[in-house]
Design a protein around this ligand. Structure first.
Ligand code: PGA
Length: 255
């Protein structure tokens, strides 16, 4: 059984004070929930504050939204895996569509980052997804396969198992337009099929695949109930602690 993983991608939002207030409310809402893995992805400047606010919480983890592939050096403005480990990060989002389109990240760059993350024992949350134009031209599977094969090149089985994939159709990000549960499940099943080709069936079966793109408390359950949807990567609805808590609760096992 794959444990569901629900992550809050705050993007370029929240000061330290706002981040601490969010964590206090979240802890009141969900406590230290063991049945779902919860990951908070603050901007770099609020990571330490989030850790401090989490105190002894065991099941809520912290991650970053990006990193450079080198460990140190002359890369003005960049942050490395060593620095993220130093801040107790466990996860790092790589290849988000905003990084791909606004900052020119290619699958090759993303692959370097994915490998660097594993070397530092940070777990990547690798984002893949098609644009509306690519969907309308019938190229969803082609794009997903290219992104997966490119970004996951040269990884071992253990590294693949410890990678989380986030399927985020670009047309659903921040638009209020969610993929239907059936559309999302179809893409997730194809991603798992591709992972079984990249590795093998047993490995593909262990990899968690999150859905992202306008996830809200009222659509989260239906999405995460699908057989290949193992959690959510939440942007807009993760900025409010109660709304994010609602999505985490929607990931709880049914019984
Ligand atoms: P959204 O963003 O939930 O605001 O659509 C998701 C994401 O970009 O990770």
């Amino acid at each position: 059984m794959r444990k569901k993983i629900v992550a809050a991608n705050w993007k370029m939002n929240k000061t330290q004070v706002e981040a601490a207030a969010f964590i206090s409310t979240l802890l009141l809402e969900i406590g230290d929930m063991a049945d779902v893995e919860v990951v908070i992805l603050p901007p770099f400047t609020a990571i330490a504050k989030v850790n401090e606010a989490l105190g002894n919480s065991q099941n809520i983890k912290v991650g970053a939204q990006n990193m450079h592939w080198e460990r140190s050096g002359a890369f003005t403005g960049e942050i490395s895996s060593t620095m993220l480990r130093d801040l107790f990060c466990r996860y790092v989002v790589l290849g988000h569509s905003e990084r791909r389109t606004l900052f020119g990240e290619t699958d090759e760059i993303i692959n370097r980052k994915v490998r660097a993350a594993h070397e530092a024992t940070l777990r990547p949350i690798l984002c893949v997804g098609e644009t509306l134009d690519q969907r309308e031209r019938g190229n969803v599977e082609k794009i997903l396969a290219l992104q997966l094969r490119g970004s996951l090149a040269n990884l071992g089985t253990k590294e693949l198992q410890e990678t989380v994939i986030a399927y985020e159709p670009v047309w659903a990000i921040g638009t209020g337009r969610t993929a239907t549960a059936a559309q999302a499940q179809e893409a997730h099943a194809f991603i798992r099929h591709t992972l079984s080709k990249i590795a093998d069936d047993a490995t593909a079966d262990k990899i968690r695949i999150q859905y992202g793109g306008s996830v809200k408390p009222d659509n989260a359950h239906e999405l995460m109930e699908q057989p290949d949807i193992d959690g959510a990567l939440v942007g807009g609805a993760s900025l409010d602690a109660r709304s994010f808590a609602g999505i985490v609760k929607a990931a709880l096992p049914n019984d």
